[in-house]
Design a protein around this ligand. Sequence first.
Ligand SMILES: [Fe+2]
Length: 330
Amino acid sequence: MAVPENFDLAHMGAIELRTPKFEESLRFFRDVCAMREVARIGDSAYLRCWDEYQLYSLKLTAFDTNGAGRTLYRASSQDALERRVAAIERTGLGHGWRDPEVGVGRSYEFEDPDGHLMALYYDTEHYVPDDEDRPALKNQASAFPGRGINARRLDHINYLASDVNASGEFWRDVMMARESERVRLDDGRYGAWWFRFHQKSYDVVYSDDWTGERGRFHHFAFAPDSRDDILRAADICLENGIHIEYGPYKHAINQTFFLYVWEPGGNRIEFANAQARLIMDPDSPVVEWSQAERARGQAWGMKTVPTFHTHGTPYVADQEEVDRRAMAGH
Ligand SMILES: [Fe+2]
């Protein structure tokens, strides 16, 4: 049964990423991905992709560990924000209103059932290009950088979860996101669950954390323009010593073309071609894949990399060993 159309959520607005290797991570996002630093406050750099209308999408913070801080989601209007906040408050997962900060107005902070920290906001600061990055066309946020991977915009996020069902039910019933696809395991639980806000086939994903930890980060994705850009991204990462975990290849589920890398701080970052497949049918039913169908691998048959359900951030105490055992098939 499809969830009735609801457009209260506009898109994922920004994320805070923590890194124990701040300078190396900054170099990755600024020079390899071609983001622009727009603010530096305390231990955090604020960065943006070239076609994002808002001030920033990534808050990169020097920290003892890796992992994600808060994810910000933009509501579609003030009314939509208040509707969703009222629904979150009824669950007891709300933390309360927060004062305006860099780039965004008042926000409402909460956590999902797995403990991932999030906030909803509506008021935002629009980016104003300067002489260095003024675009030729007025329907573009800033100039095309023409260097590195040319990441155009932040696209989606995937959270690892100790209980995919609990967080998925929260996004379906409280946030009113629409399900697009999911994997049902043989024991009845969901191994992964994809949600969309509009016609793009996903914005938020939850994946089973085989370490059993709560609240870890799996990856976020940037959208370059094309499949060709993602193939080129693999060459650029190779030349820059960035660890390539998986791809370039095509997903079976939701059919995005992808590349997964680990940035220098150990956080997984994806480059995904998300605009190829849109869901136009307002009554589109959720597409469910069985454990056996999932085990067949990605679109053209390559198996899912074994670290996909073990490597997450912040690292567990024996993360390297856990990843090594996964790669060895244990
Ligand atoms: Fe992804």
